[in-house]
Ligand binder design. Structure first.
Ligand code: ADP
Ligand code: MG
Length: 589
């Protein structure tokens, strides 16, 4: 007989390969168990980033002596009893694989007790039961995992450096904390506190405890729903973008999930509010009927399948886009006045360069002052209050030019604030909206050319253009084939800038030939408008007069979004009177 049933031990080790790859996956499974057990406080202590010891202490329901042993057998779970339950999953775990997998590749020490029950102490080394005895009766569970992968040298070698493992654990705990703001989380490594959240139940406060004031005070609250999905959470203003996607947290029915489609929809919501290479800080709770999602597509249950993805994406794009449009987007200057010395005042813009994510910045951010959170909360309320129609009119931007500096930046003021405007970015925004309006209008205005423009192409390009002739005609071009691989343009839309016609036509041809955005009409129009705007705008160093600056500002304040160029860079930076007074130490806080 060649076929034999695997021993449990071997099967567990194989399963461990799927669920337990590194320290962070062990922490994740254990903490998820604590959450599922109804804990209000979860403390994770690591030694040497968890490679030596991982300890998870919770105040959840605990296990009785029998369960404490059964929990370590394969596919033992208290969370899923019949197949139908798979479609109504409301716990984080359900596969019953984590504990046996972890126990097969480490030394486990478990103490657990239920209310009014008997405490149990279980020790398992490499899947073998060493100790099973009555123990103290503290309600809840304490589980220690020592020497992870001590009996699987190949996998041990695969562990990354301590700092990488710690960064991953930190990132997980932060996400879990964000998805359960009603649970207090603590993470320490070698007795040093890395993460602390108070379990206040207030999502903004949790964001504050994790990211600090500079982020929490720059969030906008989102609340919306459609037939299939409810959305709640916070998105950041474009002034505090990050350079990677790690700060996008999406929580579906209480579970942190990574889904590239959802990330894309969030990104699309920021369309023209941010550069492509920058990513927002977003924490979104998405709630839906559990039958609309399938979490059982991956052993670590982190990806998820939505059956009505389009409906979710529409909701995300629309709510994020409109929240951004409604909130005031002039980037504020973060004023840092040193406590004791006056000679070194730095005024960093709150754009944060951050290449490698290494978790929340150390201790000082943990011991946040209460007042700081209250301040953040006020800021966020202000961000959101601008939302009302009444405030919309108050809000109308007024900009009076004072002068131009460095040939590039217009200085302007109004009653409350002083502004710096990037003239090139401003011009781009104005031209972008002008072209976009023309493209979206039903009426097409064209100019006939006495001398046609000749455009020569390669034969594949020529064919591509021929294929999409209707698009060009719709834009207002009239063109004819003219000999080998050549077109002549006899008429073009009026929004082509005089003197730049040939160049502009070539760019439009390129966009059509690239073929990337043709399927999406809105994106195509936007791409054309942004490209044309860039071509048409005054370059940064072309000096302009005060009169020209005045006209530019008049046009700018009329824009739908005067605060960003079409690529998402800021056009305006503001200093309020108060901020200036603070910088000059006329006021102290
Ligand atoms: P799953 O979470 O998929 O059910 P696990 O192997 O992670 O599988 O856990 C097995 C079982 O052990 C759980 O279903 C639960 O009943 C119990 N358990 C694990 N950790 C805890 C804990 N911290 N508190 C209470 N019960 C727990
Ligand atoms: Mg579990």
């Amino acid at each position: 007989m060649r076929i034999k049933v695997m021993s449990d031990d071997l099967a567990n080790k194989i399963a461990a390969g799927e669920v337990v790859e590194r320290v962070s996956s062990v922490v994740k499974e254990l903490v998820e168990n604590s959450i599922d057990a109804g804990s209000k406080t979860i403390i994770v202590d690591l030694e040497n980033s968890g490679t030596k010891l991982i300890r998870v202490l919770d105040d959840g329901m605990g296990m009785d002596p029998d369960d404490a042993i059964t929990a370590f057998s394969r596919h033992a779970t208290s969370k899923l009893l019949k197949e139908d339950d798979l479609f109504f999953i409301n716990t984080l775990g359900f596969r019953g694989e984590a504990l046996p997998s972890i126990a097969s590749v480490s030394k486990v020490d478990l103490r657990t007790c239920m209310k009014d029950g008997v405490g149990t102490h279980v020790v398992i080394h490499g899947g073998k039961l060493i100790t099973n005895e009555i123990s103290d009766a503290r309600v809840g569970t304490k589980i220690e995992i020592a020497d992870l992968f001590y009996n699987t040298p190949a996998r041990l070698k695969y562990l990354k450096s301590d700092s990488t493992e710690l960064a991953n654990v930190t990132s997980y705990i932060e996400k879990l904390a964000l998805s359960h703001s009603d649970i207090s989380f603590t993470l320490t490594n070698n007795d040093k506190r890395i993460v602390f959240t108070s379990g206040s139940g207030d999502l903004l406060k949790t964001i504050h405890e994790i990211y600090g004031y500079s982020v929490s005070s720059n969030m906008i609250e989102i609340k919306s729903s459609n037939y299939d999905y409810d959305l709640y959470g916070y998105i950041c203003k474009p002034s505090i973008l990050k350079s990677n996607r790690n700060h996008i947290t999406t929580i579906v029915n209480g579970r942190c999930v990574r889904n590239s489609e959802v990330n894309k929809a969030i990104n699309d919501g920021y369309f023209t509010f941010k550069p492509d290479i920058k990513y927002p800080v977003v924490v979104l709770l998405i709630n839906t009927d559990p039958t609309l999602i399938d979490v059982n597509i991956h052993p670590t249950k982190q990806d998820i399948k939505f059956s009505k993805l389009d409906s979710l994406n529409e909701l995300l794009k629309e709510s994020i886009g409109s929240a951004l449009r409604k909130s005031l987007l002039v980037p504020k200057v973060e004023v840092k006045v040193p406590e004791t010395t006056y000679n070194e005042i730095s005024i960093p813009l709150v754009y944060e360069e951050e290449e490698v994510y290494t978790g929340t910045k150390e201790q000082e951010q943990m011991d946040f002052k209460k007042s700081e959170f209250e301040m953040a909360k006020e800021e966020v309320l202000e961000n959101n209050n601008l939302d009302t129609e009444e405030n919309e009119l108050v809000k109308k931007l007024e900009l009076y030019p004072v002068g131009v500096v460095m040939g590039t930046y217009i200085i302007a003021q109004n009653e409350e604030s002083m502004f710096m405007i990037d003239q090139h970015a401003a011009q781009e925004r104005i031209n972008y909206e002008k072209v976009l309006r023309a493209l979206r209008s039903d009426k097409v205005f064209t100019t006939s050319l006495l001398i046609p423009i000749t455009i020569e192409l390669t034969s594949s390009e020529f064919m591509k253009i021929k294929e999409h002739m209707d698009i060009l005609e719709e834009l207002g071009f009239k063109l004819e084939e003219f000999g080998l691989n050549t077109y002549i343009i006899k008429e073009h839309p009026t929004w082509l800038r005089e003197g730049l016609e040939t160049e502009s036509v070539r760019r439009i041809f390129e966009i059509i030939i690239e073929d990337k955005v043709l399927f999406d009409r809105v994106k195509f129009q936007d791409h054309i408008a942004a490209t044309m705007a860039c071509k048409m705008s005054v370059k940064g160093n072309e000096a302009i007069t005060l009169e020209q600056a005045e006209r530019l500002l008049e046009d700018l304040v009329l824009c739908d979004n005067p605060y960003n160029c079409p690529h998402g860079r800021p056009t305006i930076i503001s200093f309020t009177r108060y901020e200036l007074e603070k910088m000059f130490k006329r006021v102290m806080n």
